[in-house]
Design a protein around this ligand. Structure first.
Ligand SMILES: *[C@@H]1O[C@H](CO)[C@@H](O)[C@H](O)[C@H]1NC(C)=O
Ligand SMILES: *[C@@H]1O[C@H](CO)[C@@H](O)[C@H](O)[C@H]1NC(C)=O
Length: 985
């Protein structure tokens, strides 16, 4: 009777599947030592607890009936042929107790070392190489061969009647190296399968200056060896016999449990010592995020369950079979899920090789268990075999897996018949036309008002006729589409006007908030007191801009964000509730009064001379902000709220798929939505370590120049662009020549100012640094990137080309200028070394020499984009931040969008500049698309000159402030412009 064997094996399989699925998104590895201590301790408790249910009589008598099949407990029974333990000696010599102690101590040491190795790998996962873990079964089999099988007498069938088949079977399945062969098949197949079905490497920086590109793979190898040793020690402890005869089954489990507990205690002691010295960890532990706790608990339960099943399984069928099973199950889960989720030509993978690899693993797996039954039949008595006879469902399962993989292999396309960019450009044209159709249709005030009522279910705000006159007098193309204003202001309808006024005061009365006040009184605009002189230009620009239309605005105060980073992130549920209140409050019923209420001036509290010291803001400068301020704007079940992509070595293809067409960014608005992109937490300065971050979770009215998804700041046209701090101003000295005459290279100059890297290596994830790295092949051994190359007459296929070859085939000039900004500690010299040589800054007007201008976010939006757009050059833009003009400009029609991960940078560049030469040992040629490039550049330029002029900024701002005037009016539901009710003059 063997009641625990099959539950244990099934548990092992299920646990392995669940673990492989959930580990990649766990939060637990944020603090690997903490998580390890918890997990080791609870596994110890679980194993020791389990041992209470096991017989502790040494197994000599059969009192513990139901467990009598824990096979190796039986003294006198032949030791498992496949157990490397040289058991007969143990029984004979009294040294065995000492050996047990040594094993125990070794196990504890190995576990502690393994945790430390894991921590170090985690700190630089982007440098990790191929995993060698699947070799463990082979190593165990080899050990088994060397210690057991080789010394065993082979039972050669001398039956003269035996058939050829019998002889063959004898030879194949009973040879002493039979397990080695089967395990090697599984191992090699698994390693190959992993190598061929893994996501493309991410652009997270494996710094050349840190020499991790060798160190981390070596650590991985060390980790694999330690895993092997741990498996060996556990197996030995579980199967060891004592000198005095027996160790009970329960004792053996207890010894494993104690080993785990000891490791946990040692780690805890070391952890506490370490904790006392580092301030960061102290801070962290005082404010443990609940996401972390839940994630660790979930992982903990799963690991403990799997660990118990594994320990039981090892005691039943030995470490080798257990490792074979775990390896095969996890590899098939990983690779099948990957193949299932990535049916498109991008990311490229060698499907044929992947298929062969998995077939090898399947074959090896089947052979392994077949071998076991065939041979063990003869070694009658050994109870440690998995199957007495391999059941047909086992083969059926493997066959199913085989057919699924065949289907995936056969159905996966590896080529495309058109270039995705051609299609994206074509679609962009349609999209742009549709935008124009719906944003420019009104030609009279009455039409504009009706369109407004129809779109926003409200009357236009009072003074709308002045706005209309203002806009039409300045030839505004866009009259109807101001959806972005509507989106930004909608939630504020759930606050009373008085509340909004109070919150504005809360913001501008305390200079610490970095929010400046602008007040409008009697048609005059003025800056509130207490503004830092460094930001004076911004407020002067604002005053200048507002000055054009201030006579039509009601009295009010406005709070402007002085920092680049956005500020207000209302949790999704609350924000949704606010929006629904706002939608319900839409009022079109009564005849409105086309005037702001009287007496508004007194309603605004004066900003005190003595600054207010209270603040509703929380400071998170230099800290991770993704979960606290980034993803709170997402629905609670969304990946951004529930997953942590800790493995930064690969691109998260599930995160890029929704907005991508192959390697290219297809949908700019989906790309802005972070809810399905938890990996962004590691990939942008705003989320990794912003320079200045003072944020609120309540809906405070803050006007910002740009914002990331999920923030509720109110966007307005930046004074930076309005007063042209970065100006498109070609001259004789710096002419903007026609596109064809420009230098065909990708150009970028900038500072490392996206976020602060105060010494923890945060710079390696920041977008600017990543793009510089990617464009320069700094590592020398940078991971290859996929580029779409022609294959045959009418099709194209992605090829992985080493960046060293790409940099020689295409020209880029992408560099950090001057000195490393915003860094601290070791991050300064490391970055300086990494990005050397730092180049002197260039004149901004030098940009126009180049055909392709890279545009990347800084700490906030990029102030250069609008001048880039106005030029004859073609901007390539990668951005998390969105600005006021986002609806107006169409990617692929007016500029070239890039994913912030940079995976399509080279492929996109290759489309435009073309390439010809040797790559991967063969001649490759991609035609340049100069015509398309120039067309997008010119369309962008023309469109910018129509809808992104300074006048357009005024018009947008005017309309925004009229709306804001109504929102802050106590009678906001009773005021507005109704053209049908009154004569407008
Ligand atoms: C835009 O409107 C024009 C004329 O009304 C029409 O011909 C065209 O098909 C429309 N385009 C789109 C994309 O809706
Ligand atoms: C992007 O996706 C959104 C939402 O699915 C869709 O409405 C929009 O049309 C898409 N844009 C493009 C250019 O495909």
């Amino acid at each position: 009777m063997d009641k625990t064997k099959w539950p244990a094996i099934s548990g092992l399989v299920a646990g392995t599947v669940l673990l492989t699925r959930s580990v990649p998104t766990t939060f637990a590895f944020d603090k690997p030592i903490h998580a390890s201590i918890i997990i080791l301790a609870s596994c110890a408790a679980a194993v020791i607890g389990l041992s209470k249910f096991l017989p502790n009589d040494g197994g000599r008598s059969h009192k513990g009936q139901q467990y009598d099949a824990l096979p190796l407990g039986e003294v006198g029974q032949p030791h498992s042929s496949r157990e490397p333990s040289p058991s007969p000696e143990d029984v004979r010599y009294s040294s065995s107790l000492r050996k047990l102690r040594i094993l125990f101590l070794a196990l504890v040491t190995f576990i502690c070392l393994r945790v430390e190795v894991f921590r170090r790998i985690l700190a630089n996962t982007q440098c990790a190489g191929q995993s060698w873990e699947p070799l463990i079964p082979s190593a165990l089999a080899l050990w088994d061969y060397l210690t057991v099988q080789r010394h065993k007498k082979r039972m050669v069938s001398d039956d003269p009647d035996s058939s050829v088949y019998d002889a063959l079977e004898d030879h194949l399945f009973r040879a002493p190296h039979r397990y080695v062969v089967a395990a090697c098949f599984i191992s090699v197949g698994s390693v190959l399968a992993l190598a061929t079905t893994s996501s493309p490497a991410s652009t997270y920086i494996c710094a050349a200056s840190l020499h991790n590109s060798l160190y981390v793979p070596n650590l991985q190898r060390l980790g694999t060896v330690l895993d092997l040793l741990i498996a060996y020690c556990i197996a030995q402890l579980l199967h060891q016999h004592e000198a005095r005869g027996t160790r009970s089954v329960s004792l053996r489990f207890i010894s494993v449990g104690w080993a785990l507990l000891f490791s946990a205690i040692i780690l805890l002691v070391i952890g506490i010592v370490y904790y006392i010295v580092t301030e960061d960890d102290r801070k962290w532990i005082l404010a443990i995020p609940s996401l972390y706790i839940w994630s660790v608990l979930r992982l903990d339960v799963l690991v403990c369950f799997t660990a118990i099943c594994t320990v039981l399984t090892i005691s039943h069928i030995g470490a080798m079979s257990t490792s074979v099973m775990a390896t095969f199950v996890s590899i098939s889960t990983i690779t099948t899920a990957y193949a299932w989720n990535n049916p498109h030509p991008f990311p490229p993978m060698n499907t044929a090789l992947a298929f062969i690899a998995i077939c090898m693993a399947i074959l090896g797996f089947a052979a392994y268990f077949h071998t076991e039954t065939v041979s063990e039949e003869r070694d009658s008595g050994a109870a440690s075999i998995t199957f007495k006879q391999v059941p047909s469902w086992f083969y059926l399962l493997l066959l199913t897996l085989f057919f699924v993989r065949t289907g995936l292999w056969a159905s996966r396309k590896t080529t495309v018949s058109y270039h995705p960019i051609d299609m994206l450009i074509y679609e962009a044209q349609t999209q742009h036309e549709a935008y124009i159709n719906q944003s420019t249709s009104s030609t009279t005030l009455a039409e504009a008002v009706h369109t407004y009522e129809h779109r926003y279910s409200r009357y236009p705000p009072p003074g709308f006729q002045h706005w209309y006159d203002y806009a039409t007098a300045r030839n505004s193309v866009i009259i109807d589409d101001y959806d972005s204003i509507h989106r930004d202001l909608l939630p504020f309808h759930s606050l009373s006007a008085g509340n909004i006024r109070q919150r504005t005061w809360d913001m501008i009365s305390n200079p610490w908030n970095d929010v400046a006040g602008i007040s409008i009184r009697n048609g005059e605009v003025a800056i509130s007191p207490n503004v830092m002189p460094t930001h004076r230009w911004m407020l002067d620009g604002l005053v200048d801009m507002i000055g054009h239309f201030v006579e039509y605005l009601p009295d009010m105060d406005l709070a402007f964000n002085l920092n680049d980073e956005c500020r207000v992130a209302v949790p999704f549920e609350q924000a949704e509730h606010m929006r629904s209140i706002a939608r319900d409050s839409s009022a079109l019923a009564q005849a409105p009064n086309n005037k702001f209420s009287a007496g508004r001036q007194e309603q605004w509290q004066l900003v005190p001379d003595e600054p207010n010291t209270e603040t509703p803001l929380k400071e998170l400068s230099f800290q991770r902000t993704f979960y606290e301020f980034g993803s709170v704007g997402c629905p609670s079940g969304s990946p951004a709220r529930s997953q942590r992509i800790w493995d930064v070595s690969d691109i998260c293809t599930a995160c890029t798929a929704p907005q991508s067409l192959g390697a290219f960014l297809a949908n700019w608005s989906i790309a802005a939505d972070i809810c399905h992109q938890p990996d962004l937490a590691n990939l942008h300065g705003l989320y990794l370590s912003p320079a200045a971050f003072k944020g609120a979770h309540d809906l405070y009215p803050v006007f910002s120049q740009s914002k990331a998804h999920g923030f509720n700041d109110i966007l307005y046209p930046s004074a930076w662009n309005y007063i042209e701090k970065a100006k498109y101003d070609p001259s004789d000295e710096h002419p903007d020549v026609p596109f064809a005459e420009k230098n065909a290279s990708l150009f970028w100059r900038g500072a490392t100012s996206e976020g602060v890297s105060p010494g923890m290596g945060q710079w390696r994830g920041m977008m600017r640094q990543r793009f510089v790295h990617l464009a320069n092949n700094i590592n020398g051994s940078e991971h290859p990137q996929a580029v779409l190359l022609p294959r045959g007459e009418h099709s194209l296929a992605y090829n992985q080309l080493p960046i060293s070859e790409l940099t020689s085939l295409m020209s880029t000039d992408v560099h950090v200028v001057d000195f490393i900004a915003r860094c601290g500690g070791r991050d300064c010299p490391q970055q300086a070394q990494e990005f050397a040589p730092l180049v002197p800054p260039t004149d901004f007007q030098d940009h126009w020499k180049y055909k392709y201008l890279l545009d990347l976010d800084g700490a906030g939006f990029s102030g250069r984009f609008l001048p880039f757009l106005s030029s004859h050059s073609l901007p390539f833009k990668a951005a998390l931040f969105r600005e006021w003009w986002d609806d107006r400009v169409t990617p692929w029609q007016h500029f070239v969008p890039l994913d912030v991960r940079g995976q399509g940078l080279w492929a996109t560049l290759a489309y435009f500049v073309g390439l010809e030469g040797k790559a991967n040992g063969q001649h490759v040629k991609v035609d340049a698309h100069d015509f398309e490039g120039e067309r997008i550049a010119e369309r962008g330029r023309n469109w910018a000159n129509r809808v992104l002029r300074k006048e357009d900024m005024e018009i947008y701002f005017f309309r925004l402030l009229l709306e804001w005037g109504r929102l802050t009016d106590d009678n906001r539901d009773d005021i507005g412009l109704d053209v049908d009710a009154e004569r407008v003059d």
